[in-house]
Design a protein around this ligand. Structure first.
Ligand code: ADP
Ligand code: MG
Length: 390
């Protein structure tokens, strides 16, 4: 009411709660696709295919050859906060899987028509087809159909339960689709031993391959992935990135752990426990040799990760460009850089879509990155000088 009268406080009907909270995990096509492929990776898939129909507006589908879903989990798989990946709150600091909140499938059910076709090794070659209601409950028309071990998740009519959002999505379809493809590329680049294929079937058209990467598990998998995605000419312009950054940090135990495990500093005021520790961060990947550069804008062809998760690196990526510029003023470097961090030095929990990853010691990390890059490129500076003098 606008007259200032106090409205009665009521519980939001369950159905609407699903619609409200779903907005947090699945923001757009890109995050929807991301959740599905992370589930496939968490299920140890080595073959992941993503099929779009009408750029995702009609449907999209992720097919994996992972573990499959056990029949005992069918009823809970898409219920909110049901996950097979975390058994207690204190596990949070040790999370190695991409997922752990048990929110993605429940959110998707609230936003679209979700169908799962799955088989574990016991069931294969016969799988089960599950249809889900908006609430995440399995509908009664469960069927059986042939399937090798693995899981296919199909999402039809994304955002159709939210008409305004759906309209936005349709209006920006091509841009949304490009963002989703870019994210898929970022995963395909960095994963070892996974075969990725993506296709799109435009309305009234035929199925068109988008990209495919057949990553080996050999040591040079990164180079092979680059060649598969960007052509054979790129790899020779790159050099390995293999930095080891050691610095002393005041490590906080983190609020989440604190509340789960109780205060560890003994003063009982619930403040965050701090202690000085030496931390080692490895940065593994590929970067343009100073004489080359990718000749493109900075955001293009620069891929940053934290422990294999695509990461919008912000200040850290600017540090890379800054150092590179002092060796090659004409180009931005091609970069693949996976920061291997101890799991308690970053926080994947700050943003619901897990895209923003919070680093506790970002400024110190940046200093170390700059020093290490200077050192890596220093020999090229010497070469330039020698060449210039002769
Ligand atoms: P989370 O990944 O955080 O656990 P999700 O809603 O993404 O939550 O998935 C819920 C559960 O469904 C997972 O914990 C997992 O047990 C199961 N699951 C989802 N996708 C797959 C898949 N592709 N293969 C096997 N299991 C899956
Ligand atoms: Mg998940």
């Amino acid at each position: 009411p606008t007259d200032g009268a106090t409205s009665m406080i009521r519980a939001i009907p369950t159905r609407d709660v699903h619609r409200i909270t779903s907005g947090q995990v699945v923001l757009d096509l890109q995050t929807a696709v991301k959740e599905l492929i992370e589930n496939a990776l968490d299920a140890s898939a080595t073959n992941i295919a993503i099929h779009f129909r009408d750029y995702g507006a009609d449907s999209f589908e992720v097919v994996d050859n992972g573990t499959g879903i056990d029949p005992s989990n069918y009823t809970s798989v898409a219920l909110k906060h049901y996950t097979s990946k975390l058994s207690s709150f204190s596990d949070l600091a040790l999370v190695r899987t991409f997922g752990f909140r048990g929110e993605a499938l429940s959110s998707l059910c609230a936003l679209a028509k979700v169908t799962i076709h799955t088989a574990t090794s016991e069931q294969a070659p016969m799988g089960t087809i599950l249809h889900f209601a908006r609430s995440g409950k399995v509908e009664s028309d469960t069927g059986r159909a042939a399937r090798q071990r693995g899981t296919t998740i199909t999402i039809e009519g994304l955002f159709k339960t939210l008409p305004v959002r759906r309209k936005e999505f349709e209006k920006n379809l091509k841009r949304e689709y490009t963002k989703a493809q870019n994210l898929l590329q970022a995963y395909a680049l960095v994963t070892k031993g996974v075969r990725w294929t993506t296709t799109n079937t435009p309305a009234g058209g035929r199925k068109t391959p988008q990209f495919s990467v057949n990553s080996s598990s050999a040591d040079n998998y990164l180079t092979a992935n680059v060649s598969a995605l960007f052509g054979a000419k790129v790899a020779p312009t790159l050099m390995p990135l293999n930095l080891e950054l050691t610095f002393s940090v005041a490590r906080s135990r983190g609020r989440l752990l604190q509340s789960a495990a109780g205060s560890e500093d003994g003063d009982g005021d619930g403040s965050t426990a701090q202690r000085e520790e030496t931390s080692t961060v490895k940065v593994v990947g590929l970067i343009s040799k100073p004489v080359y550069g990718s000749g493109r804008t900075s955001s293009d062809r620069q891929f940053f990760y934290i422990n294999g998760r695509p990461w919008e690196a912000g200040r850290v990526s600017r540090a890379f460009n800054e150092v590179y510029k002092s060796f090659n003023s004409n180009h931005f470097p091609f970069v693949i850089a996976d920061f291997r961090l101890p799991t308690d030095s970053y926080d994947v929990n700050v943003s619901p879509d897990k895209r923003t990853i919070f680093l506790h010691e970002e400024s110190r990390l940046i200093e170390k990155v700059k020093e290490a890059l200077e050192e890596l490129f220093a020999p090229s500076r010497a070469t330039f000088l020698v060449n210039g003098a002769s």
